[in-house]
Ligand binder design. Sequence first.
Ligand SMILES: Cc1cc2nc3c(=O)[nH]c(=O)nc-3n(C[C@H](O)[C@H](O)[C@H](O)COP(=O)(O)O)c2cc1C
Length: 250
Amino acid sequence: MNEVIELLKKHRSIRKYKPTPIPESDLEQILLAGQAASTSSNIQAYSVVAVTDPERKRKFAELAGNQQQIVESPVFLVWCADLNKIRIAANLHEDVELHQNVEQFLLGTIDATLAAQNATIAAESLGYGMVYIGGIRNNPQGVTDLLALPPLVYPVFGMCVGVPDQEPDIRPRLPLAAVYHKEVYKEEGLISEIKAYDETTRVYYATRKGGGKGGDQETKWSREMLRRFKSDRLRGHLHDFLVGQGFKLR
Ligand SMILES: Cc1cc2nc3c(=O)[nH]c(=O)nc-3n(C[C@H](O)[C@H](O)[C@H](O)COP(=O)(O)O)c2cc1C
């Protein structure tokens, strides 16, 4: 192993932060590392908005379902898919509406995600901790209004960054065999891999330090998936919100 792989494998989300601010020079390095990520055809269809104002962070925390870590983290980054800047670039040459379908929506979403994950690694390499905040999609219109996002831009997820004030255990992942296929997708063996992982997560939650869900609570990954995916609260508002922001999802 090398130190990059070691760093990657040490990742765990941080949800408690010291009040120490992040120097602008560190933040810029983190974001420059984000920009170095691959981007579909070099279109770089994303933007990131940094929020540090305590009152504004409080509002984002509320919009995301009262996630206190947003208030505590010195910087809250909101990663956005951004076709607006592509429109501006194209309109330098011709006054056309962008042609769009689901593909262009995906391009922006994937670009934002890759840049964010690169930034995550850079931040962790500097000793910061982070957690993604998909909770902002509970109220994407509220987030859009607070950030003054123009049409063709949408908030994909937020990200708290700061100096960790907790040391949670690393959260185990599915066995490699449950994600790694050779040549073709094989479902065979998946049930036993999932059962093995259910047991791993049960032990993890029963014994883990420095996070929520401690104690002897029995938490099985497969049951959690059932809970999450049978719910009718799966942010069904997103389609209409995205269409309202000018994305064409056909
Ligand atoms: C796109 C995305 C959105 C997430 N949203 C939230 C969130 O709103 N709140 C939160 O506490 N964690 C959030 N997480 C963190 C995940 O719960 C966490 O990454 C996962 O449980 C694995 O744990 P680990 O990061 O500690 O390894 C999010 C992660 C991703 C990738």
